[in-house]
Every structure is written in structure tokens, then in C-alpha cells.
Design a protein around this ligand. Structure first.
Ligand code: UN1
Length: 499
């Protein structure tokens, strides 16, 4: 019997107004049907917004430390359910169990961070320029927040957005990727079980073109946070700009790992395998460019070819699997298209470049870890985001050239430098044009309590995580209290030297 899932709107698990559903299948074995999930429409979004407005009125009046207590319980429940959720996540999006456990852990860490923020949420108290006058700022909730999230981190990314938004006192409408609706369902269950007032969270399943669009265009949703492609982000940005909405965009990457000639090559090898092929390359932080110093280029590439060729593909729930499938057919088609482009551009195919032959993998969207060498900075494979297990290798002669190549793409999420030279490490931190730089570690692995995000076309200046995200989900209010009993005019009466 196939399970049919529902939306969570107005405090109840309900069917979509459209009566339409889509199937969610395991990408490692498409015969495995996980369930049917709503294909909702604008009416469902309308109902969710109406209820969320009620939720906002209730929740925004709850003291922030008490809101934090609810999020602490959410963290506790996610910890208890970690293994169950990780297994469900691997089943619906394919990455290996160790990674999905890490994904749930990011959600847990984000919950506990948010819980503690309930006792900070600092404003500022500063001296006034006038006598007997008080000046301070504090944080107010904003309203109904719309969240549109991708498939690759089905727990971490929704929680990066949702928990700070909730802690700040907002109500949330979540539109998760159609590829990972089950994880979103399990997350909302944990929120409700933890005692969140039900109107404060609404879960509306469906497509970006229907549900996402209705959410973005809804005048009663003043805040939107989106993680996904740069192209979609541009469309969302236009609407939000026109409607004067607050918008956080987290988009593409073309992240480079730079390996200097003095680097620990064993460490760099482990790093690039994890950075490029972890999550089957489907991370916005994935290492998709490898910049090798000419003195170690050939040597390192031979070792990498050998190691990448041995990575074990399979169902992420099985022991020993190192690389899972791509998320769906279109994702694999895109990878195949780019492999074709690499060949046309005359790059050297080092390893991969095809689907695996094993009959066991025939029912999943698998693709062999693929490496192209001999790319130039202008090659399409060295500039465009593929979001799959494809690594493009470039050769460089000195640190300055590596920095130029790193910075010469439209994206700016993360970068990595492998070296033993401390001076170069510090120069890299300054000169690499990215939101995140790793030294002697791959381009992935951001921690939940530091700001996450990128420069250039990766984002629009906001950060997720850490302390900065709380600025995004709250409004600054400033209060002046004049207790002098006389009219004091700022900038006019403040020529006061104590005389
Ligand atoms: C993403 O790929 O969208 O740093 C997020 C990392 C993870 C998060 C990635 N903690 O790779």
C-alpha cells in the first residue's frame, strides 16, 4: 500500500486543494516508491498564509527564551530520531548514511544554537548625544516567512532558515524540494511534537512554479529565503525587488581547491575525493575545480585517477557505499551533457565519463565519478556549475595565477588551499574571493554556528547560520527616551561641553 502524505496547513494534516499528487521514488532504485505527496496550488498557499498570520500573532508574543525552549526540545527530538530520519533521507535522495546522519546533526546543532540565542538576541544600548536621554535598539519579529529549500541537504538547509526565523518570533511556511518531501514531513512532525503552536508552521508540498511562485508573490509574506540555482534566484529576486520583500538567496558555486607544490599530497587527495564526490557532487560547496601546481600536477593526477576509479557506487544505505546516485534523471542528463561538452572542448577524460555497468545499479540514477584534466580557465567545465560528480582539473605555475583562476568565475562560495606555507595561507584568506576559505581542508564542511554564504552570483549579501542570520529574520527597532523634561533637539542642542 502506497502512503499518501498531506500538507500541514492551519494546524491540520490536510489534502491539497488541487487533489493532485506526485510520486517520490528512491533515486538508487526507482522501483522503490516512498509515497505520494501533494502537488499543491495557490489556494493551499493562501490557506497557509491566513493561518500563519494567526500563528504569528501568537508566537511573536511568546518571550524569546521560551521560544528557544521549544527549539531545544526540537533538537532533543531530532537527536532521538536521528537514525530514522537519516535512513529516510538516504532512501529519498541517495547520499550515503554517514552523510545523511551528518545532515540531521546539522539540524540538531542549529536547533541548540537557536535555543541559546533565545537568551541573547542582543540589541545595543549606546550613549545619547544629549543629556538625560536613553538610546537603544532591540529586535522585533517581522511576520510570515516563506522558505524554499533544495534537495541536497533536506534537513540542514530548512533548519538553517527555519530555526532562526522561529526563534526571532516569525511564523514559517516551508515549501521543500519535491524530491525530499518526506524529510520535510519528519521535520514538521518533530516541531509539532516539541510543542510549537501549530499555526506557526505550515508545510506546503509542490512545485516551484506553483507553490513557490504563489509564496513569493503573496503580499502577506514579507520575507523569503531561497536556496537553489542562480537562474531561479534571479527570477525570485525580480519579484521580491518589485514587492520590496526581504530576500536571502543562496545559490550556485564553482569551488576550487588549490594544491601548492609544498602541500601534504596524501591529505589533499583525501580532501579532493570527499570534496568532489561526497553527496555525489551535489553540493553548492562541492569541489568542482582542482587547481594543481605544475610541479605536482602529473604525480597527483595519477594518484587521483586511481583513487577516484575505486570509489564504490551504490545504495547509500549499504555498508561500503561511498557514492550514491544523482537525484533524478534530469540531473544525470545534465551531467552527461557536460561530459559531452568536456569532450568537445578537447579536455582529457582522466576517469569516469559513463554510467556504471553493474546490473545492480541499473535502476538508479548512477554516474561514475568523472575527472577532466587539461582545462583552461575559460573552459565551460571550469566555469559552469554542474551539480554532479564531475571534477575539472587546471594547471597553474604560481600562487598569484591560482588566485586569478579561483577568482575568475561568476560564483564565490567556497575555496580551499593546501599548503604548508603559513604566509600563503594567510594571503589566501585575504585574496580568494569567496564567502568561505578552507586551509588544508576541502571546500565542504561548513559548521552550523558560523555564517554561511558566498559573494558574487552565489548570493545577495546575506548569510545563513551563525549570528548573522538573526539579523535577517528580525527587524531592528530603535527607541529614544528623553527623561530631561525639556525639549532637546538632536544635532542642534547637543553642543554640550559640560560647561
Ligand atoms: C549546500 O551545499 O547547499 O559545508 C550546503 C557544507 C555543508 C552545507 C552545504 N555543511 O558542505
Amino acid at each position: 500500500m502506497t502512503t499518501t502524505f498531506r500538507n500541514f496547513i492551519a494546524g491540520r494534516w490536510i489534502r491539497p486543494s488541487t487533489g493532485a499528487y506526485h510520486e517520490n521514488r528512491n533515486p538508487a532504485n526507482i522501483r522503490d516508491l516512498i509515497g505520494r505527496f501533494p502537488d499543491s496550488g495557490p489556494e493551499d498557499v493562501e490557506a497557509a498564509v491566513r493561518s500563519a498570520e494567526t500563528g504569528f500573532r501568537i508566537w511573536s508574543r511568546v518571550p524569546a527564551p521560551a521560544r528557544g525552549d521549544v527549539l531545544r526540545r526540537v533538537g532533543d527530538l531530532l537527536s532521538e530520531r536521528k537514525e530514522m530520519i537519516a535512513r529516510a533521507m538516504t532512501r529519498e535522495m541517495g547520499k550515503v548514511l554517514t552523510e545523511t546522519r551528518g545532515d540531521v546533526q546539522e539540524g540538531i546543532d542549529t536547533a541548540y544554537y537557536a535555543a541559546s540565542e533565545g537568551r541573547r538576541l542582543f540589541g545595543h544600548t549606546v550613549p545619547s548625544e544629549l543629556r538625560s536621554k536613553w538610546a537603544m535598539s532591540f529586535r522585533r519579529p517581522i511576520g510570515v516567512v516563506g522558505l524554499i529549500t533544495p534537495f541536497n541537504f533536506p534537513m540542514a538547509i530548512p533548519t538553517w532558515k527555519m530555526f532562526p526565523a522561529l526563534l526571532c518570533g516569525n511564523a514559517v511556511i516551508l515549501k521543500p524540494s519535491e524530491d525530499v518531501p518526506h524529510t520535510a514531513h519528519l521535520l514538521v512532525e518533530a516541531l509539532l511534537d516539541a510543542g510549537l503552536p501549530p499555526e506557526v508552521i505550515q508545510l506546503v508540498h509542490g512545485s516551484g512554479s506553483k507553490v513557490g511562485k504563489a509564496l513569493i508573490e503573496h503580499p502577506a509574506v514579507p520575507v523569503i529565503s531561497f536556496t537553489g540555482s542562480t537562474a531561479t534566484g534571479a527570477v525570485i529576486g525580480e519579484t521580491c525587488g518589485r514587492m520590496h520583500k526581504r530576500l536571502s538567496l543562496e545559490m550556485g558555486g564553482k569551488n576550487a581547491m588549490i594544491v601548492m607544490d609544498d602541500a601534504d599530497l596524501d591529505l589533499a587527495l583525501d580532501g579532493v575525493l570527499w570534496g568532489a564526490f561526497g553527496t555525489t557532487g551535489q553540493r553548492c560547496t562541492a569541489t568542482s575545480r582542482l587547481l594543481l601546481h605544475r610541479k605536482i600536477h602529473d604525480r597527483f593526477l595519477r594518484r587521483l585517477e586511481d583513487a577516484a576509479g575505486k570509489l564504490h557506487l551504490g545504495d547509500g544505505r549499504k555498508d561500503g557505499t561511498e557514492v550514491g546516485p544523482l537525484i533524478h534523471e534530469e540531473a544525470r542528463d545534465k551531467v552527461e551533457r557536460y561530459v559531452g561538452i568536456g569532450r568537445e572542448e578537447g579536455l582529457e577524460l582522466v576517469t569516469g565519463g559513463s554510467r556504471p555497468r553493474s546490473p545492480k545499479l541499473r535502476n538508479g540514477w548512477f554516474y561514475r565519478p568523472t575527472i577532466f584534466a587539461g582545462a583552461r580557465p575559460g573552459s565551460r567545465l571550469a566555469r559552469e556549475e554542474i551539480f554532479g560528480p564531475v571534477l575539472t582539473v587546471l594547471r597553474f605555475s604560481g600562487f598569484e595565477e591560482a588566485v586569478r583562476i579561483n577568482n575568475g568565475v561568476p560564483y564565490g562560495l567556497s575555496s580551499a588551499l593546501y599548503t604548508r606555507d603559513t604566509n600563503l595561507a594567510f594571503r589566501a584568506m585575504q585574496e580568494l574571493d569567496n564567502g568561505i576559505t578552507y586551509v588544508n581542508a576541502p571546500t565542504i564542511g561548513a559548521e552550523a554556528h558560523l555564517p554561511f554564504g558566498g559573494v558574487k552570483q552565489t548570493g545577495n549579501g546575506h548569510r545563513e547560520g551563525g549570528w548573522e542570520v538573526y539579523e535577517f529574520y528580525s527587524e531592528t527597532k530603535v527607541c529614544y527616551v528623553d527623561y530631561s523634561g525639556v525639549l532637546q533637539r538632536a544635532q542642534i542642542d547637543n553642543v554640550d561641553n559640560g560647561g
